[in-house]
Ligand binder design. Structure first.
Ligand code: FES
Length: 175
């Protein structure tokens, strides 16, 4: 049989624990919130103007981003590299873009010595300027990125920067 004193003690304990829980849940949720937030969805980024791009001549443009993790904001820094290639006037697309990340193991793809193709210095993956492989080293061609041009007289070239799984024949975006 519980006497009045024990009943009061148990009541105080229960109320105290409920109050602690009521305070703790929002606190924990606040602390975990940045971790639950997904990374910024891929968006079109302004990388260049159309006029300086020469038809058929690839231009490497760094993608710069101000990162932010759970509790720290970092200053802007390069997070990737994109190759832009202006196409001839009659082409369907005015500019095509590739991520410079090699589909083999992720090194940065550069121009070959003669400037007539792409070459990855790590294991010699080579590609044409349309991204198709020139040898058997890479598992697939270079990864194309979506491009959008503004309507201005000198359009801005915007690219949807994405990263893809390496060592895969399929082009699989990384979340
Ligand atoms: S990472 Fe490019 S060839 Fe291996």
């Amino acid at each position: 049989m519980i006497n009045r004193r024990e009943f009061a003690r148990i009541g105080t304990l229960v109320v105290g624990n409920l109050m602690a829980l009521a305070l703790a849940v929002p606190g924990v949720a606040y602390l975990l919130d940045p971790l639950r937030r997904g990374s910024r969805a891929s968006a079109f980024r302004e990388l260049a103007r159309l006029s300086p791009l020469k038809v058929g001549v690839p231009l490497a443009v760094p993608v710069v981003e101000a990162r932010e993790d759970a509790w720290v904001k970092y200053p802007p820094e390069p997070v990737g590299l994109v190759w832009l290639i202006r196409q001839p006037e009659q082409a369907k697309e005015r500019v095509i873009a590739f991520t410079a990340e090699c589909p083999h193991l992720g090194c940065a793809i550069n121009l070959s010595g003669d400037g007539k193709s792409f070459l990855c210095p790590c294991h010699t993956s080579a590609f044409k300027f349309d991204g198709t492989p020139l040898n058997q080293v890479p598992p697939r061609g270079m990864d194309r990125l979506d491009v959008s041009l503004s309507d201005d007289a000198d359009p801005t070239v915007k690219v949807k920067f994405e990263r893809f799984r390496t060592q895969s024949e399929e082009r699989i975006p990384l979340g």
